[in-house]
Ligand binder design. Structure first.
Ligand SMILES: NC(=O)c1ccc[n+]([C@@H]2O[C@H](COP(=O)([O-])OP(=O)(O)OC[C@H]3O[C@@H](n4cnc5c(N)ncnc54)[C@H](OP(=O)(O)O)[C@@H]3O)[C@@H](O)[C@H]2O)c1
Length: 246
């Protein structure tokens, strides 16, 4: 029986690339995101192009009370489950988050607590199944708190630690958890932002994610050179770092 991959945040630019590449190789998909019209459009397109089964459900990270039911629906449809990819993320606006606590909390819930809420029951289902994988999309922004985006960065950093602990727990039952830390990507999230450099295409990042999960990598920086950049950024002593305008 063909296994299914679940993509949370399926309307993201990166998720669309992942969905196409997975469907192209005959994988069934289950998509979850908050824009129902767009979800239906993506699902129809994938079905027509690749003749795979594609289910979908509306998912809003901030609506915690709905997550259990959505998870039950996902597990009933995406069975057997090959893997789960968490693509959702909200960059938000750092200056706004410094004065509007509701905006700051929405960023944290969209990137972290919402992710914990939906990933936990899906991880438990994979644990029971005794096979499969989870890919969580973090960010290089989670490696060090920077003045320009520390609310988003702190949520991504917390997600990285959550995935690390989950990886350790699930490795005992044959379920693999991979953390992805992309640098800048050319997506809806970064559209029109100034000061971007070394911007990667989501198709290339998606291809590298699927290769890395097959090799059961634990953490990957994508493109690879962000590992070097972040090693340098993490090594800058705090007294110097706090004077920089990063
Ligand atoms: N682009 C970059 O430079 C970059 C760099 C590092 C890491 N990342 C991470 O890469 C992942 C993919 O992002 P992307 O670049 O492809 O950006 P994107 O196109 O903006 O995708 C973000 C996704 O998250 C969803 N989302 C945001 N808040 C949500 C909420 N409260 N509930 C449910 N869904 C929510 C969005 O839904 P809507 O479509 O409805 O808005 C969209 O599907 C994200 O985790 C992002 O943080 C991106």
């Amino acid at each position: 029986m063909t296994k299914s991959v679940v993509i949370i945040g399926a309307t993201s630019s990166l998720a669309r690339s992942l969905a196409h590449q997975l469907a192209q190789r005959g994988t069934n998909l289950y998509l979850a995101a908050r824009d129902e019209v767009e979800l239906d459009r993506i699902a129809q397109d994938l079905k027509i192009r690749y003749h795979v089964s594609v289910g979908w459900s509306r998912f809003e990270a901030l609506e915690f009370e709905s997550h259990r039911e959505i998870c039950d629906r996902i597990l009933a449809a995406a069975n057997p489950l090959e893997g789960v990819i968490l693509c959702m993320g909200e960059l938000g606006n750092q200056p706004t988050a410094q004065t509007d606590i509701n905006h700051a909390l929405a960023i944290i819930q969209s990137n972290y607590t919402g992710a914990v809420s939906i990933l936990t029951p899906l991880a438990n289902a994979l644990e029971q199944q005794g096979s499969g994988w989870i890919v969580g999309i973090g960010s290089v922004a989670g490696d060090r708190g920077r003045q320009s985006n520390y609310v988003y960065g702190s949520a991504k950093g917390a997600l990285t630690l959550f995935l690390q602990g989950l990886r350790s727990r699930l490795s005992k039952v044959g379920v693999h958890v991979m953390t992805v830390k992309p640098g800048f990507m050319d997506t809806k999230m970064t559209f029109g932002l100034p000061g971007l450099f070394l911007v990667a295409q989501p198709d290339d990042v998606a291809r590298d994610i699927l290769k890395a999960v097959q090799k059961r990598k634990n953490t990957v920086y994508l493109p690879w050179f962000w590992w070097g950049i972040m090693t340098i950024i993490r090594a800058i002593p705090e007294p110097i770092f706090k004077k920089m305008k990063l």
